[in-house]
Ligand binder design. Sequence first.
Ligand SMILES: *Cc1c(COP(=O)(O)O)cnc(C)c1O
Length: 371
Amino acid sequence: MSEFTPPVREDLVGSAPYGAPQLDVPVRLNVNENPFALPDDIAVAMGRAVAAIAPDLHRYPDREALELRSHLAEYLKKESGVELAPEQVWAANGSNEVMHQLFLAFGGPGRTAISFDPTYSMYPEYARDTFTRYVTFARESDFSINIAVAIRQLKDLRPSLVLLTSPNNPTGTMLPTADLVQLLDAALAVGSVAIVDEAYAEFRTAGTPSALELLASYPNLVVSRTMSKAFGLAGARLGYAAASQSIVDALRIVRLPYHLSAVTQIVAITALQFSETLQAQVATLRSERDALAEWLSHQGYRVAKSDANFILFGIFADRDLVWQSLLDQGVLIRQTGPAGWLRVSIGTEEENDRFRQALVQATGTEQEAAR
Ligand SMILES: *Cc1c(COP(=O)(O)O)cnc(C)c1O
């Protein structure tokens, strides 16, 4: 066979595919999944719904996914009180795909996207894929955004995309509404699309408003959501966004034809009919999170204030050693965030207990190694 080196784009040579390790260990707390399996009755309803449409699978799906989008609009109204037309809601295979489409439509050569680090590690990849310049600014030591500095940067760089993540990953911290409004004003003034990534919105402290409430005032605002976290539906791959219709129309131009399979659409529609049951565990996860944050503080760690289903904590002299020791004990968490910090997703009560025990053990190992 003759030798062949595929002509990979120069800027991709040497890159590794993104992804946290998918290891088969007893306690998996590394990718912020919902730890609770779907209740049987919902799983059965999904199976029935798929069986009912299966004879039609010789046809392409509804390209515009309008039935799903109207169910999503209904859900958002229930969840946040904000009324949206189905045409203001867009859906794709995970919010990762929604965001990729936003970069395709609004990024591109000669254009800039800005974000505030530490933040979601996929953003630079969307920028790379779409030849968008990616500029990121450091957050303060409490992981808040310095608004005065951010506004100055917005005016200087005039980015076409601004990435605001709230609650932010990997820190779990919220962007206060007063700060968001100032950033949206500045973004609007320079013609930027502002994306508020609300992947973890359902875990926010009760009474905190969603950025959805600002959609009526800001035609440049996109609020991105997902069924991967609070809904416990990471395996179904369904993300969505709410925005002005002109932004949604731009996404319709860059999406691939029939991007959302009929199976995905019907599974998501079925899940939305059970949204309350599926999210019944959100309250449990929130109180488990607050209890774990308090325990970590008591152990002497620094703990970022989390409104999500994970906690960033540190600061370890050797986080890799701690991570490995946890893994050796069957507990998988995530090495992410600034040097010395680790992120743990909130699991079931039993999983969180196992994490606590393993961490006490791991910290002993780290201290011995330091001696
Ligand atoms: C998990 C996550 C998402 C959701 O990704 P999906 O593609 O919808 O599974 C989006 N943004 C952030 C910041 C996340 O952590």
